[in-house]
Design a protein around this ligand. Structure first.
Ligand code: UD1
Length: 420
């Protein structure tokens, strides 16, 4: 197993090129099940989660090549409709094939994803919505078995909670349904917006893109003549490197970014004293002389993203004063706290809120990554700790960050990947 060894007290400087967004790419790959013919997707990050979903599509019968961040895929040969446990258990987002498979074939089986490190994460809202569209759903031996022999039928769906992959699943199902589906309380994340835009540009009629009400006119099982496209930049990767600059008090430029996706992240960093020079598709962060404490509540987009909570928590350990971070989306997303405490951080968790006493001296030691974003929070803390930190179980990091240690090393971090 690989681990990262990081020398602390580092300064960074220079520029980093941002990769394509994993969370945009996953639904877009699932969407190719709805496509007619060959399709090319560019700016796809080479991370484990993407390779896992491609392996799943390959098992279903898709043909593809994936090299240099470019995917060439043809799903016309898909004939299996079962997403098996061995793949789904390694990546919850495999549930994204449920909507498109059911819409195209009228039946499918997808293993239940089960729990994960950051909480229970049910899929009840996905299933309820598909039932509204006429699917018969049963759970048998750990599998969701979905059937709609006469096709899915458009209807009004009101999500009780905003769900990102739930919205993506229903948008894809609705694209091949009979009639119009209206999704009320839809997710507005940029990753959902891109999915809708690609479908719209490929001829599917979708109104309300980027709003909480989406109206999708289905094609009655006719496959979509999909246009090739490029994946949007990863706003969470951008946020992570902005926090890396802020915590090490360094100036850093990020290229290949979408400024309009970064509102909540930039605004919190400004509150903490950082300033920015904004280009068309680049952003330079100028660090705060003294990092100020901050209060954060995680919310759905355009609110502050839960996927940036751990990194800001690490940053708050170096702020002057007391910060609070309230996690509203996932019930168990403070696993990184005990690892940050091992480095010397002064953090108390009470229910859904972490209180962080800032300006603490961190000292390097051995820590363990517990989930994807928790891993990057540990990398940030290690870069300002005294001495050397070893971060174990970095397979979490490899699921979602493309070449993290290479990108950080190129801007001055003392970081190396080693084998246990
Ligand atoms: C997606 C992102 C993940 C991010 C999360 C929230 C991907 C691949 N993953 O996850 O990185 O942290 O959005 O921004 O894009 N819920 C239910 N029932 C459901 C579905 C969700 O109760 O059927 C609850 C969840 O437990 C959670 C909340 O709704 O409390 C939001 O979850 P959701 O938006 O669905 O997260 P994911 O799509 O799994």
């Amino acid at each position: 197993m690989d681990y990262l060894k990081i020398q602390g007290n580092t300064k960074l400087g220079g520029a980093i090129n941002i990769s394509g967004a994993k969370n945009a790419a996953l639904p877009l790959i699932a969407m190719t099940i709805l496509a007619k013919g060959d399709l090319t997707i560019t700016n796809l990050p080479e991370v484990v989660d993407i390779k896992t979903l491609l392996k799943l599509l390959g098992n279903l019968g898709a043909e593809y090549t994936f090299e240099n961040n470019v995917l060439q895929i043809n799903t016309s040969g898909v004939h299996h409709t079962k997403a098996t446990y061995d793949i789904v258990k390694t990546m919850r987002a495999s549930i994204l094939v449920l909507g498109p498979l059911l819409a195209r074939f009228g039946h499918c089986e997808v293993s239940l994803p089960g729990g994960c490190a950051i909480g229970q994460r049910p899929i009840d809202l996905h299933l309820k919505a598909l039932e509204h569209m006429g699917a018969k759903i049963t759970i048998e031996a750990g599998y969701v078995r979905a059937e709609a022999p006469s096709g899915l039928v458009g209807c009004d769906i009101i999500f009780d909670k905003i769900t990102v992959t739930g919205t993506a699943n229903i948008v894809m199902a609705a694209a091949l349904a009979r009639g119009t589906t209206t999704i009320i309380n839809a997710a507005r994340e940029p990753e959902v917006v891109q999915l809708c835009e690609i479908l719209r540009d490929s001829g599917v009629q979708i109104d309300g893109i980027g709003t909480a009400v989406l109206k999708i006119k289905g094609s009655d099982t006719e496959l979509v003549d999909m246009k090739s496209f490029s994946v949007i930049p990863d706003r969470i990767e951008i946020g992570t490197y902005l926090c890396a600059a802020a915590i090490t008090k360094s100036e850093l430029t990020l290229n290949n970014i979408r400024l309009d996706h970064l509102g909540a992240i930039i605004s919190k960093l400004e509150e903490m004293g950082c300033t920015f020079t904004k280009g068309e598709d680049s952003l330079t962060i100028h660090p705060a002389a003294t990092i100020k404490a901050v209060d954060i509540v995680t919310q759905e987009y355009p609110g502050f993203p839960t996927d940036m909570q751990a990194q800001f928590l690490a940053l708050a350990t170096q702020a002057e004063g007391v910060s609070t971070i309230e996690e509203r989306l996932f019930e168990n997303r403070f696993m990184h706290v005990s690892e940050l405490q091992r480095l010397g951080a002064d953090i108390k968790v009470n229910g859904h809120t972490a209180t962080i006493k800032g300006a603490t001296k961190l000292s390097g030691t051995d820590v363990m990554a517990t989930d994807l974003r928790a891993s990057s929070a540990l990398v940030l803390a290690a870069m300002v700790a005294d001495g050397e930190t070893s971060i174990h179980r970095i397979y979490h990091l490899d699921r979602g960050y493309e070449k993290l240690e290479k990108k950080l090393e190129a801007v001055g971090a003392k970081i190396e990947r080693l084998k246990e």
